[in-house]
Design a protein around this ligand. Structure first.
Ligand code: 5AD
Ligand code: SF4
Length: 468
C-alpha cells in the first residue's frame, strides 16, 4: 500500500551514477573541487531539505562556501508561504546577475516551495535568463541528473512537474550544527487550510518508515547530536496513511528509548489531531522537552471554520487544559494569522482573548498574505491593510506583556540547556526545554554540551543567567 511513496532503489542507483559522472566532469573542467553556495529560506522543513541537497552535492564532489561570488554552483532553496518570502528570493536572485556576468560557467539554481509553482517557474524562465536550473520539491532527488544535463548540454533545465511526491531514503545530510539536528519523519500535508500553499507545493502526506527514522536518530546521536527535532507539517498524523502500526506517540517513545544523553523536540502539531495519548507520552518520556508548538491561527470559531482548521476555540482550550494538567511546566507556542479575509474586529478580539487565556511562551504572528491558487485568495477581503497592521501591533503588544511576565518568573530558577554560540557578543546561549534562550558567560569549550544555568535577569525577550 505504501510502496509508491518511496523512490525506487533502481532510480536511486541511476542518480548515484549521475553523481559519479558529474564529479568526473566537474573535476576535469575545474582541476579542483567545485564549490557550492546553498542558501535556504523558510521553515525548519526547508532547512532539513537543504541539508540533504548539500548531501547530494557533496557526493558530487562539491565543497561549500558562504560567498556566492566564490561559488561554481549557487542554489536558493525557497519558501512560498507568504509573498514577502518570495520577494526576498527574487531580490537575491536578481543580485546574482552581475556575478554571473563575471563567471559565465557558474550554475545558478532555484528550488523548493516557490520553484514548485508553475507560475513562478515561468517567471524565472522568462525574466531571469541567467538562472540555469529550477526544480520543485518533488524533484530534489534528481539533482545529479539535472546537473548532468546542464553540464553536458549547456541548456537550462526546468524540473517542476507535479508528482505525488516520493521519499528518497539514503541521501546523507550535511549539517551545520553538530549538536542540534533536524530529523524529518514525514513530508507533505493533507489539510488544505484555506490560506496555505503548502499542500500544493509539497504534495500529500507521506511518512518515513519507523526503522529508517530510528536508524537516522541513532546515527545522529553517534555523531554527537544532543537536541533532535522531529519534523513534519503535522507530526500528529505520522503513520496514519501507512501500515506501519506506529503512530506519532509510539514513534516518540521509540526514540526516547534510544540510549544516549539527548533531548527530543518536535514540530508542528495540528490541534485537530493532537491526542491525549501524545500528551501522556510527552509527560512520560524523560528525553522529550516540555514544549508543544500548537498553532491556533485564530481565536474566532467563525474564522477557524473559514480557515478549514477542523477544531473550535473550545476544543483548543481543552487540549491546553489537559496539557497543563499532565505537564504543569509545559511551554506552549503558536502561530497566528491576523487579517484573514473577512476577519472583523470582533473576530480579532476573540484571538486577543484566547492569547490572554493561554499565555503562550512565544508567538509567531503573521499578517495574512494571499497565496494564488488557495481558496482564501478568492475570498472577499474588505478590511483595509492599515487596519490589519493596527491589529497586528495590538497582538504583538499583548504578547510582549505576557512574555515579560513569563520571563520575569524565570528569575532565580535553574535550567538544563544545550550550549550554543550566542548572538550577543561575549555571551554563550542555551535554549530551555520550553524554547526560551538564556544568554550567559562561559568558555567556548562548553558549546555543544549540556550545562545548568540559573536565570539572574529577564528583559522582555532576552533572559540572562549564570552557569552553576
Ligand atoms: N499568510 C500568512 N501566514 C501564513 N501562514 C501560512 N500561510 C499563510 C498565509 N497565506 C502561517 C501560518 C502557519 C505558518 C507556518 O505560516 O500561521 O502556521
Ligand atoms: Fe499549511 Fe495547514 Fe498544512 Fe500547516 S496544516 S502546512 S497551515 S495546510
Amino acid at each position: 500500500m505504501n510502496d509508491d511513496v518511496f523512490v525506487s532503489a533502481e532510480e536511486l542507483d541511476r542518480q548515484k551514477n549521475f553523481e559519479e559522472k558529474d564529479k568526473k566532469i566537474l573535476f576535469g573542467r575545474l582541476r579542483r573541487a567545485p564549490k557550492a553556495y546553498v542558501h535556504t529560506f523558510g521553515c525548519q522543513g526547508n532547512v532539513s531539505d537543504g541539508e540533504r541537497i548539500k548531501g547530494e552535492l557533496s557526493l558530487m564532489g562539491y565543497e561549500f562556501t558562504d560567498k556566492p561570488d566564490d561559488a561554481d554552483f549557487v542554489l536558493y532553496n525557497t519558501c512560498a508561504v507568504r509573498e514577502h518570502a518570495e520577494d526576498r528570493v527574487f531580490g537575491n536572485v536578481g543580485a546574482l546577475k552581475p556575478i554571473k556576468e563575471k563567471n559565465k560557467s557558474m550554475i545558478i539554481a532555484v528550488c523548493g516551495c516557490m520553484a514548485q509553482q508553475k507560475n513562478i517557474a515561468d517567471v524565472f524562465k522568462k525574466s531571469y535568463p541567467y538562472v540555469n536550473l529550477v526544480f520543485g520539491t518533488f524533484a530534489s532527488y534528481r539533482l545529479p541528473e539535472n546537473i548532468y544535463k546542464i553540464l553536458t548540454t549547456g541548456k537550462r533545465v526546468f524540473d517542476t512537474v507535479e508528482e505525488p511526491g516520493r521519499i528518497a531514503e539514503g541521501i546523507p545530510a550535511v549539517r551545520d550544527n553538530g549538536a542540534r539536528a533536524w530529523l524529518p519523519i514525514m513530508y507533505g500535508c493533507n489539510n488544505f487550510c484555506t490560506y496555505c500553499i503548502v499542500p500544493y507545493v509539497r504534495g500529500r502526506e507521506r511518512s518515513r518508515k519507523p526503522e529508517d527514522i530510528l536508524a537516522e536518530a541513532k546515527k545522529l546521536i553517534s555523531e554527537g547530536a544532543k537536541d533532535i527535532t522531529l519534523l513534519g507539517q503535522n507530526v500528529n498524523s505520522y503513520g496514519l496513511n501507512a501500515d506501519y502500526g506506529v503512530d506519532f506517540p509510539d514513534l516518540l517513545r521509540m526514540i526516547n528509548d534510544l540510549p544516549g544523553d539527548f533531548i527530543i523536540r518536535f514540530m508542528t502539531s495540528h490541534p485537530k489531531d493532537l491526542t491525549n495519548k501524545l500528551i501522556d507520552t510527552i509527560a512520560e518520556s524523560e528525553k522529550c522537552v516540555h514544549h508543544i508548538h500548537l498553532p491556533v491561527q485564530s481565536g474566532s470559531d467563525r474564522i477557524l471554520k473559514l480557515m478549514n482548521r477542523h477544531y473550535t476555540r473550545e476544543r483548543y482550550l481543552e487540549i491546553v487544559d489537559y496539557a497543563r494538567e499532565k505537564i504543569p511546566d509545559v511551554s506552549l507556542t503558536s502561530d497566528i494569522i491576523v487579517g484573514f479575509p473577512g476577519e472583523t474586529r470582533k473576530d480579532f478580539e476573540d484571538t486577543l482573548s484566547l492569547v490572554e487565556k493561554v499565555k503562550y511562551t512565544s508567538l509567531f504572528t503573521f499578517i495574512y498574505s494571499p497565496r494564488p491558487g488557495t481558496l482564501a485568495a478568492k475570498m472577499d477581503d474588505p478590511t483595509p491593510s492599515a487596519e490589519k497592521s493596527k491589529w497586528f501591533k495590538e497582538l504583538c503588544d499583548l504578547q510582549s506583556d505576557i512574555a515579560s511576565q513569563r520571563t520575569a518568573a524565570m528569575v532565580g530558577k535553574t535550567y538544563r540547556v544545550l550550549v550554543e554560540k550566542g548572538d550577543e557578543e561575549g555571551y554563550l546561549m542555551g535554549r530551555t526545554g520550553g524554547n526560551v534562550a538564556i544568554n550567559f558567560k562561559g568558555d567556548d569549550s562548553l558549546v555543544g554540551e549540556f550545562a545548568y544555568v540559573k536565570v539572574t535577569k529577564a528583559l522582555t525577550w532576552i533572559v540572562y543567567g549564570e552557569k552553576v
